[in-house]
Design a protein around this ligand. Structure first.
Ligand SMILES: *Cc1c(COP(=O)(O)O)cnc(C)c1O
Length: 421
């Protein structure tokens, strides 16, 4: 089901883009722009997609908080029964504030501090996904200082090529994440000797925006071989975490369905009694959000015409950072001949674009919806050029909830000081 659709405006021949039952036009009037707008139904339907594909298996879906960490969104997943994959103490605090269940939290990341470890142990998280030998030692020491044992999985690098963008592929030998699968057996032995650790599982995450199920199944097979070696060594695991990474359609990609994506992997895991964990981020929220922006100026040029909008790379970094494509639609499409526009923001950088060469019929003041902006949009935003961060709004049917206020300029330098002589 499409949760962002053109629907007709009562009493006119015009159509305008709605999020569920709410016209984006109304949201722009009420909350101004730029504004992130999310569909609760879209998130719930993506989450249920995973649940259905995993029906009958002992499995836990842990939403990857870094994709979008607004506590309003987290609360939606908490109510659906999700677990959470976090990468910092800050994200743990958000999960708790959103009503999430700490006992369903997995903690990933290569740089966990002692304080983050203490807090996570005290909160009673499900598992630490440990990314190095040094982290095993530190975690054991921290747990013992609290008279506790920390539950762990070792994040291994199965060395499969996920065939995605090099910046978002993580499962190859040559990157900073996890430990080489060839060293894992030895490290588990070491972990078993540490009094502050309780070995629970194994984890991997091979990359992001994956469109092919084969690399995941290949990784699962390699992880399973390791699990069997560990069994032979007398180390039994109760769960296998296969990370996140399912891709979404930004432009013309055709991502597999949940069932097609998980099918080959579930085949590999057939008959295994370990609980399966997944850590999807993008596929749960990416297409559940748009960035709503208004055109400030049209700037016709000889070679290129520009539409200067009030959103910029500080709001949505993906185009500038990865040269990523996001569909851009007029909220209320006009009739007439299209022209090609560069959709750019007001930031003083040539890289500040949101879309190149878009065929649209535009006038100053028109609203645009930048699609597929629910994941790695707001969480990667910044205050570059002293731009207050956007408001965020969650739609549920005909209900609209503001889940983040727009920042005020004074907020941005409230912690700065002019030195007093
Ligand atoms: C980023 C990340 C995820 C989520 O990835 P998506 O591509 O958004 O599904 C899951 N697990 C780990 C360890 C990550 O770093």
């Amino acid at each position: 089901m499409n949760h962002f659709e053109l629907k007709s405006v009562a009493g006119t021949g015009a159509t305008t883009l709605h999020v569920e039952d709410v016209p984006l036009q109304e949201i722009a009037e009420q909350f101004q722009t730029p504004c992130y707008v999310y569909s609760e139904a879209a998130m719930a339907s993506a989450f249920r997609g995973y649940q259905q594909a995993l029906a009958g298996r002992d499995a836990m879906v842990c939403y990857a908080v870094k994709a979008n960490s607004n506590i309003g969104l987290l609360s939606v997943f908490a109510k659906l029964g999700a677990g959470f994959d976090i990468v910092s103490g800050g994200e743990l605090a958000r999960v708790i504030a959103a009503g999430g269940d700490a006992s369903k939290v997995v903690f990933s990341g290569v740089g966990k501090t002692r304080q983050e470890m203490r807090d996570a142990i005290a909160t009673g998280i499900f598992c630490f996904n440990v990314e190095s030998a040094a982290e095993l030692d530190r975690l054991s020491e921290v747990a013992l200082s609290l008279n506790k044992r920390a539950p762990i999985a070792l994040r291994v690098n199965p060395d499969v090529d996920p065939k995605t963008h090099p910046y978002i592929s993580t499962g190859l030998k040559c990157n900073k994440f996890g430990v080489a699968i060839a060293q894992a057996r030895e490290l588990y032995q070491h972990a078993a000797s540490l009094k502050g650790l309780e070995i629970r599982g194994v984890a991997c995450h091979i990359g992001s925006q994956l469109l092919d199920p084969a690399p995941l199944a290949e990784a699962a097979q390699k992880v399973l071989n390791l699990v069997e070696q560990l069994n032979a060594d007398g180390i039994t695991l109760s769960h296998i975490d296969l990370g996140g990474g399912l891709g979404i359609r930004y432009r013309d990609e055709t991502p597999p369905t949940y069932a097609d994506y998980l099918g080959p992997l579930l085949k590999v895991m057939a008959g295994r009694k370990e609980k399966l964990l997944f850590e999807p981020g993008r596929s749960l929220v990416g297409n559940a959000g748009v960035l709503l922006t208004r055109i400030e100026y049209l700037k016709p040029g000889e070679e290129k015409s520009f539409a200067v909008v009030d959103a910029a790379m500080n709001d949505l970094a993906r185009p500038a950072l990865y040269d990523a494509w996001h569909d851009i639609d007029a909220v209320t499409p006009r009739a007439g001949a299209t022209a090609s526009y560069e959709i750019v923001g007001p930031i003083c950088e040539s890289g500040d674009f949101l879309g190149h060469d878009r065929l649209l019929v535009l006038e100053e003041g028109d609203l645009l919806a930048i699609r597929s902006a629910g994941a790695y949009g707001m969480t990667m935003s910044s205050n570059y050029n002293t731009r207050p961060r956007a408001a965020e709004v969650l739609v549920h049917g005909k209900h609209v909830f503001q889940i983040r206020e727009r920042e005020k300029v004074a907020d941005l330098f409230a912690r700065e000081r002019v030195p007093q002589p």
